[in-house]
Structures are given as structure tokens and as C-alpha cells.
Design a protein around this ligand. Sequence first.
Ligand SMILES: NC(=O)C1=CN([C@@H]2O[C@H](COP(=O)(O)OP(=O)(O)OC[C@H]3O[C@@H](n4cnc5c(N)ncnc54)[C@H](OP(=O)(O)O)[C@@H]3O)[C@@H](O)[C@H]2O)C=CC1
Ligand SMILES: CC(C)(CO)C(=O)C(=O)O
Length: 311
Amino acid sequence: MQNSKKTIYIIGAGAIGKALAVFLTQAGKKVVLLRGHVHGITAHVEHIEVELRDGQTAEADIAVSSMDHYPHLDGILVITTKSYGNPQIASFLKGKTGNSPVVLLQNGLNVEAAFTSNAFPEIYRCVLFASSQYTAELRLRFMPASVSPIGVVKGSLENLAAIIETLDNRQLVFKVEETIQPIIWTKAIINSVFNSICPLLETDNGIFYRNQDAQSIARTIIDECIGVAANEGILLDADQVVKQLLLISKTSEGQLISTYQDLLHKRKTEIETLNITIAAIADQQHKKELTRNTLLLGKLIQLKSAITMPA
Ligand SMILES: NC(=O)C1=CN([C@@H]2O[C@H](COP(=O)(O)OP(=O)(O)OC[C@H]3O[C@@H](n4cnc5c(N)ncnc54)[C@H](OP(=O)(O)O)[C@@H]3O)[C@@H](O)[C@H]2O)C=CC1
Ligand SMILES: CC(C)(CO)C(=O)C(=O)O
């Protein structure tokens, strides 16, 4: 089947999954939105609206269902769930997806592990440079910062180019990235800053762009984390990482980082794949002292989460 005719199964009906479903439907693609952690729902249509930066609204009717309705999924699988759901999703989908490629649109380090260890034939990793937030149950506000690169975890650049053509839309723009690991690390470091500091200060993403003191704490975390990345053979420039952080801060001013949204809604956060994982990697490198502040911020988020979550 030609890639452009393939069904795109978006798994995870959250802020990113719903916005992408609208953009792809508007671009004329065949889209099914599948719930990430809910099974047995009645297939139905939802009218979803997305507020865009220019004051326009993108909207579409989206077919919503759950994975258990599909004994076989043949198409492109785009995973937009929270990454801690990956082990359950990978084991549920194992053996049901044939040669369908899996594209992960998630934050964090090593989030693809559940799919690689379950031998999915093609796995691609997207680093999202966009922000999406609910403003009502079926309404979102979407703000792109820049193009979102996708790289190969397992597969080929040729197949990736065809996948990106299928995912082509005007709002959430993707590009092929030959060397994705430095970008995955850069974004994980940026998220380790945003996803800890913003919820602790109970403020929006614009804080680093607005406030010099917040920016200087961000720099401390970035310096720590790029030391860990360097020990893994990933060489990053701290000034460049700060520049990207400030661009995201400016372009998503007013938006709340996903971890802050999770805490407000008493949901589990993804901090384990950010500060906590980077600190664990430093520990494996016998360089625990490198991530003292990064780990402390991660632990404060874990504590805030434990205090706010219902027992
Ligand atoms: N929102 C944003 O601005 C950005 C988000 N990201 C990343 O994109 C990914 C999706 O984020 P976002 O859409 O904001 O998240 P949301 O919390 O809005 O939605 C995530 C979806 O994950 C699913 N989910 C939650 N818990 C589990 C679980 N235990 N098992 C399986 N699935 C689960 C749910 O799917 P369902 O309801 O269908 O069951 C939920 O709707 C995350 O990795 C996030 O870090 C990256 C950049 C920006
Ligand atoms: C930093 C940001 C806004 C960039 O996409 C993000 O990753 C998030 O909201 O989770």
C-alpha cells in the first residue's frame, strides 16, 4: 500500500494526540484516534477544536476508539501517550502490528525501550518542539516552537521520509533527522529544566525568558546535564541549549509545562525519564556529583507529586 494512503493510528487521546488528529484530518489523511490506557470503549466521533497562534481555530470530526477493537493494526502507529504507559502498550500491541512502523511522539530518555525490547520491526523517535494544552474538554491551544525532527531508532531513513510525507500537515511540522540522539538529549535536558522548575514555581513556560534568576538556575541544570551527555559521547554546547530553551520559553509563554498540568490534575508525571534518568546515568558513570541540582529538582517534583496525588 502507498504510504500516503495508510491509516494513521494515533495512540493516546491527550493534548498532543488530539491536536495531531485534527491537523492530519484537515490535511486529508485517514486517522483513527485510539485511547492509550482505556479499553472497551464504544467507537464514536468527537468534534475537536484547536486554537492556533494566529487566532484561527482548526477543527475536525475525529473517529475515536480503543486498541482492543483492532485484532490487527496495519498502517502507521503514532504513540502520543505518556511514556510510562509504553510497557503496557508495547505488550498489548505485540504481534498485532505486522510491519507497521511505530513513531514515538514523547518526551524523555530511553522511552523507546519497551518497543525495542519487544522487537517491533520499525521504530522512529520524534522530538516535539511544540506545546499543546487543554482549554476545555474537546478544545486545545497549540503553539509550535519549531519543526519537530524524527530520527531512526530501528528502520531506515528512506522509510522515515515516506512516513513523514504521510504525517505531513500545516501545523505540527516534522522533518527527517539523521542524527537524532543529540536532539533527544538536548530536549531531555530542556525538559529537565522546564518540567521541574515551572511546577515548583507554579508558573508558565515563559519564566526563563522573563526572569534572569530563573534563567541562571536553568543554566546550572544545563551545565550539569551536558556533562553527563558528554560522558555518553553526546557533545552539546551549553549556550546553544540555553538558546533553544529561551526560544521555547518565549514561544510557549502562557502555556503550562506537561508536568505542571499533570500535578494540577493529580496525575503521574514523567519526571523519571528526565532529571531522575539523567542522574541515574551519571551514577552509572560513577559521576553522581555531576547532577546534584538536577536530581534535587527531580526529587522535589516526586515529592510534590506524592503530596498531591490521592493515596
Ligand atoms: N503537551 C505538550 O505540550 C507536550 C507534550 N509532549 C510529550 O508528548 C507526550 C504526550 O503528552 P500530552 O499529550 O501532553 O499528555 P496528556 O496527559 O494530555 O495525554 C497523554 C495520554 O497518555 C495516555 N496515558 C496516560 N497514562 C497512561 C498509561 N498509564 N498507559 C497508557 N497510556 C496512558 C492517556 O491516553 P488516553 O486518555 O487515550 O487513555 C492520555 O490521554 C508526553 O510524552 C509529553 O511529555 C512533548 C512536548 C509538548
Ligand atoms: C518544553 C515543551 C513545551 C516543548 O515542546 C514541552 O516539551 C512540554 O510541554 O512538555
